[in-house]
Design a protein around this ligand. Structure first.
Ligand code: AMP
Ligand code: ZN
Length: 678
């Protein structure tokens, strides 16, 4: 197959996977296999730069950062929607619609979920995304084309070649939001309060490469301009869907007396939607009727948003306790009089930070409102000041760490992350602080890190409080007997804990690095770092300059990440801990297969077969050292088959079938630019 054909095939395949995953929310390919396709495409484009078109999936990683914000004037105003909070307000809307239409017209309606994200306008021309913008003030928005191009559910190419303008919402699925927050937590960053904030913050970021790392999706709900292809809202959405555009809104076209039931269906089902829904949007379906109704200065007269009641409860704030996190950050947490909220009994709520307590003037003893909005833990959103008796007490952040008594330090938050809100973070500077140690151990043992089962809170508390465990390395000096001696620990459970700890020793370096909690380094970055460094021992043996050079070469590592890793490696306490871990044999070298070095064979995959002049393992090692990847059989994604003497016919047949190039051993070494070892 020639490169252009293969390119077209890869693009098709990758687009199809993206569509299934991001639009249909149903996937058939593993991450690893998907990455492989993308890598093959990247390699192919590196070898044939002319094949790299702007709509290639490789271009989704994001181009250059914007240095300034460009403005876009919307062809038609991007309006907001009129709101209804109660059935009589809906009836009022209906009355106005009927009054606004001639007698002969009976409107029918679409009912759609109202998505809670950031609105966007996207223009396609010639089948390609040519412009995307935010709503801004409705007339003028901010240009965010490059950012939107990184969103996988937005096809970079559609069959229709005329100019069309779409409106939609950029959202983050709840589960992606949770994963994103876990990742941020791992990087020592503040979690986002909810998916909407995370999405709204991401779409306007200046660096599209950053945007590409956020799990954004788009859903289109409106075809604004272009040829009036259809007469109604629902037909337009069907057409958008046929174009491969994400519109997954279950809209129904119904008469008015069925609208209330349709809203109710959405209200009851919305807990099962993967995204946040804060209401239902009711629209007059026929464009002709929409035009007759027109708009006010703020919103169309043919649509209304019915807002669902937020899941809110009112209860007494009993106390504000202060928690100490793994990195020493102090966070206030509210204990409330247990109350029913969205089907669960709630007794704790977050207050985010001291600044928020001050801003809302929340006092201990107050009657407060708590609300669930996407977060797992509900949030205190306000105070019922009418219920004040005067005995309520203001909260002050303690001057001493509640765990170890060390005077706390105040630090300003990252000023370039405005979505986090301002205000100072309070931190306990004592690394040996028992609470910090406990949290670090916990973090270390979590699923995405060393995955130590059975290590519960009660046990960690005891281990730390009794001074048995002072750091992660101490876990590995525990014996089953020692654990069993502790209160509430039977022999069987002690055995289980011990076995899990032992098992975790064999975790690969990426997990170990994750568990160490290097600021800025989350799961993905830890994996890249591990692939670059291979073993912890090697990391420790590097000078600061060497480390900086290696880490700086990792794809996608910005200066902050590099600085953080280098500082971590230079920190005497951390070095001491890492040395202990190495000595105890904790952490497996990152598997060779996954070592992605740069080199002449980068992006290519090899299968080596037949009788060669050298041991097969040695040839494999050479290929990997040159940046190539090794498969042990010829697969669809294998680029090159290295055929020695007596190569089996089946391998050659496979190679032919998949268009895999067949080379001899000397040809392989030619490709590497190195002479075959004599
Ligand atoms: P608001 O900003 O509260 O006035 O609501 C208007 C916004 O709701 C629009 O700008 C859209 O971004 C958003 N929206 C979410 N889902 C829909 C939908 N199905 N139809 C129209 N607008 C929607
Ligand atoms: Zn402390």
């Amino acid at each position: 197959m020639n490169p252009a054909q293969r390119h077209a095939e890869l693009v098709r395949e990758i687009d199809a996977h993206n569509y299934r995953y991001y639009v249909l929310d149903d996937t058939v390919v593993t991450d690893a296999d998907f990455d492989k396709l993308l890598r093959e495409l990247t390699a192919l484009e590196e070898a044939h730069p002319d094949l790299r078109t702007p709509d290639s999936p490789t271009q989704r990683v994001g181009g250059e950062a914007r240095s300034q914000v460009a403005q876009v004037k919307h062809g038609t105003r991007m309006m907001s929607l009129d709101n209804a909070y109660a059935p009589d307000e809906l009836a009022e809307f209906h009355r106005r619609v009927v009054e606004g239409l001639p007698d002969a017209e009976t409107p029918r309606f679409c009912v759609e979920p109202k998505l809670d994200g950031a609105s966007v306008e996207v223009v396609y021309d010639g089948g390609r995304v040519v412009q995307a913008s935010t709503r801004g003030d409705g007339t003028i928005g901010e240009e965010i084309t490059e950012n939107v191009r990184t969103i996988r559910s937005v096809p970079l190419r559609i069959p229709h070649t005329g100019r069309i303008t779409l409106r939609g919402e950029i959202i983050i699925y709840r589960r992606d939001h949770d994963a994103l927050n876990t990742e941020r937590e791992a990087q020592g960053l503040e979690p986002f309060a909810n998916p909407r904030n995370a999405a709204a913050g991401a779409v306007r970021m200046l660096d599209p490469r950053e945007v590409a790392r956020r799990p954004l999706r788009a859903v289109f709900y409106h075809l604004v301009e272009g040829p009036r292809l259809h007469a109604t809202q629902h037909e337009s959405l069907e057409w958008l869907e046929a174009q491969g555009l994400p519109t997954h809104l279950r809209q129904t076209v119904i008469a008015w007396d069925e609208v209330a039931a349709a809203i109710d269906v959405i209200d009851r089902a919305r807990a099962t939607y993967p995204f946040e829904t804060d209401g239902a949007v009711i629209k007059v379906d026929a464009y002709r009727q929409q035009d007759m109704l027109g708009m006010t200065s703020k919103f169309p007269k043919w649509a209304i948003a019915y807002k669902f009641k937020a899941e809110q409860a009112r209860t007494r704030l009993l106390a504000i306790t202060v928690q100490v996190g793994r990195t020493g950050t102090l966070t206030p947490v509210a204990s409330v009089d247990p109350v029913e909220l969205a089907g669960t009994t709630v007794s704790r709520a977050t207050l985010h930070n001291a600044g928020m307590i001050e801003a809302l003037d929340i006092r201990v003893g107050d009657m407060v409102f708590i609300q669930k909005a996407g977060e797992v833990i509900p949030q205190v959103t306000g105070v019922d000041v009418t219920a004040r008796t005067g005995t309520e007490e203001k909260f002050r952040m303690p001057a001493l760490c509640p765990s170890c008594g060390t005077p706390v330090a105040r630090e300003l938050r990252d000023a370039d992350k405005p979505e986090l809100g301002l205000g100072a973070a309070t931190r306990c500077p004592n690394r040996a602080c028992p609470e910090q140690v406990k949290q670090r151990i916990f973090y270390f043992s979590r699923r995405f890190a060393m995955d130590v089962d059975h290590l519960g809170t009660a046990l960690v508390d005891q281990l730390v409080e009794q001074g048995i465990v002072k750091d992660m390395a101490d876990l590995y000096s525990l014996t089953a007997e020692r654990i069993a001696v502790l209160a509430r620990m039977g022999e069987k459970s002690a055995q289980n804990v011990f076995a899990s700890i032992e098992r975790s020793k064999a975790s690969t370096l990426d997990r170990l690095l994750c568990g160490l909690g290097i600021p800025q380094i989350g799961q993905v970055a830890a994996r890249q770092l591990a692939e670059e460094m291979h073993t912890l021992d090697r990391m420790l043996s590097m000078s600061a300059d060497e480390a900086r050079e290696h880490v700086g070469a990792i794809h996608g590592f910005g200066p902050k990440m590099v600085d953080s890793v280098v500082a971590f490696l230079a920190d005497p306490d951390q070095r001491e801990l890492m040395r202990k871990l190495v000595k105890l044999g904790v952490g497996r070298p990152q598997p060779r297969d996954e070592v992605a070095t740069d080199g002449p064979l980068k992006g290519m995959t090899f299968c080596v077969t037949g009788v060669l002049s050298r041991k097969r393992e040695e040839v494999h090692a050479d290929i990997r050292a040159a940046g190539g990847e090794v498969h042990d059989s010829v697969k669809k994604t294998t680029t090159v088959l290295v055929a020695g003497d007596k190569t089996g016919k089946s391998k050659l047949d496979q190679a032919k079938k998949y268009g895999t190039k067949v080379v001899t051993e000397p040809q392989l070494y030619d490709m590497m630019g190195a002479p075959a070892a004599s």
